[in-house]
Design a protein around this ligand. Structure first.
Ligand SMILES: *Cc1c(COP(=O)(O)O)cnc(C)c1O
Length: 374
């Protein structure tokens, strides 16, 4: 039996092959590789999909964070608060911009930053907060924004896993001063290479970000400042423009597969299913369950030809990269507890009923044998 992958990018390509092939051919025929009409078109389309005025495209989601941080004026000595549980881009970009990373623990069940613990992390040097809509579930944005207003902090939403997710009926990415997106191939909206973008309602911030990302100027020969080179290329832009109209349907498909897992797996011994907080609409970039015997479950599923992944095996404060902060597990008890139980199951829009049934049956078999053994 073929292995069931965690995601199937080739299946998605096949479902829109003709349009993708034509878009790639058109970019090549016009040699529109860098900047140009395809990039401008995607920037307009993505901003409009989120109903926000400005989109500045860039090379990847990590650069998007770095460019936003730089444009918001992060300098050495400044502190930025972010979630203890994320992909390292979220925190490494703070350091890259010159700031100091201040980790905040997550909520045990939503895996997003726990607003109740943010205020204790604020010092006179704090300048901003980066909540992460991890796995596709929005962070508690009302609470985060209230704290930001109270202490005059900016907010950058890390939307790399949260394309089109909603918080109380409003699309994530429209709450903070800026929001960053990744179009890494496996993300909910994925390019065929690296790609990223920043959105904002602030015209001046958008211009500062565009200038910085493009060698310090908005047109050839213009260099107001020294910048960097971080560009979305024409091929990726054209591919993203083909995919963007499908994103709402792909998101609904993810939600349907998640709901089906929820129905069929509820009650499985030892398994904790993902929980979505009131008022939040999850877009299931990843379907993350928890199990006290994570390693045994993962090995059992691998044996059954089912791929699983741990996103992420070590929470950020405990990585060797942050040894300098000498963090201890008791400072981030939720992130610490979750890192050893989380497991991402296969979930992607093109998944079939038969594939999902195989995953469900294998987990149920594991649960039964596990229940008998314990
Ligand atoms: C993928 C991701 C990023 C970075 O995106 P890249 O395009 O890979 O640089 C940032 N934050 C989170 C939470 C991500 O999942």
């Amino acid at each position: 039996m073929p292995t069931i992958p965690i995601a199937d990018l080739y299946a998605q390509y096949l479902s829109i092959k003709d349009d993708i092939d034509a878009a790639i051919a058109a970019v090549i025929a016009e040699s529109a590789f860098i900047r140009g009409p395809y990039v401008e078109r995607f920037e307009r389309e993505f901003a409009s999909a989120l109903d926000i005025p400005h989109c500045v495209s860039c090379a990847n989601g990590t650069d998007a964070l770095y460019i936003a941080l730089h444009a918001l004026g992060v300098e050495p000595g400044m502190e930025v608060i972010t979630s203890a549980h994320s992909w390292i881009s979220t925190s490494e970009s703070i350091t890259q911009a010159g700031g100091k990373v201040v980790f905040c623990d997550t909520d045990r069940d939503t895996f997003t930053i726990d607003p109740a613990q943010i205020e204790a992390k604020i010092t006179p040097r704090t300048v901003g907060i980066i909540p992460v809509h991890l796995y596709g579930q929005p962070a508690d944005m009302d609470a985060v924004m209230a704290i930001a207003r109270k202490y005059h902090l900016w907010v950058i939403e890390d939307c790399a896993q949260g394309h089109l997710a909603q918080y109380k009926g409003r699309t994530v990415g429209t709450f903070g001063n800026a929001a960053t997106f990744s179009f890494y191939p496996g993300k909910n909206l994925g390019a065929m290479g690296d790609a990223g973008a920043i959105v904002t309602a602030d015209a001046q911030l958008a211009e500062r970000m565009a200038i910085y990302a493009r060698h310090g100027g908005l047109f050839k020969g213009d260099h107001q400042i020294e910048g960097i080179n971080s560009r979305l290329d024409g091929l990726q832009a054209a591919i993203l423009s083909v995919k963007l109209p499908h994103l709402p349907a792909w998101t609904r498909a993810r939600q349907q597969w998640a709901a089906a897992y929820g129905e069929t797996l509820s009650g499985a011994e030892g398994l904790t299913l993902p929980m979505t907080a009131e008022g939040r609409e999850h877009v299931y970039h990843l379907y993350v369950v928890r199990h006290p015997e994570r390693a045994a479950l993962a090995a059992y599923l691998q044996e059954a030809g089912i791929q699983t992944v741990v996103n992420y095996p070590v929470a950020l404060p405990f990585l060797p990269a942050y040894r300098r902060y000498k963090h201890a597990s008791h400072e981030f008890p939720n992130a610490y507890a979750n890192q050893s139980t989380i497991l991402s199951l296969p979930l992607f829009p093109e998944m079939t009923n038969a594939q999902q049934q195989r995953v469900v049956n294998a987990i149920k078999r594991f649960s039964l044998s596990h229940a008998r053994a314990s």
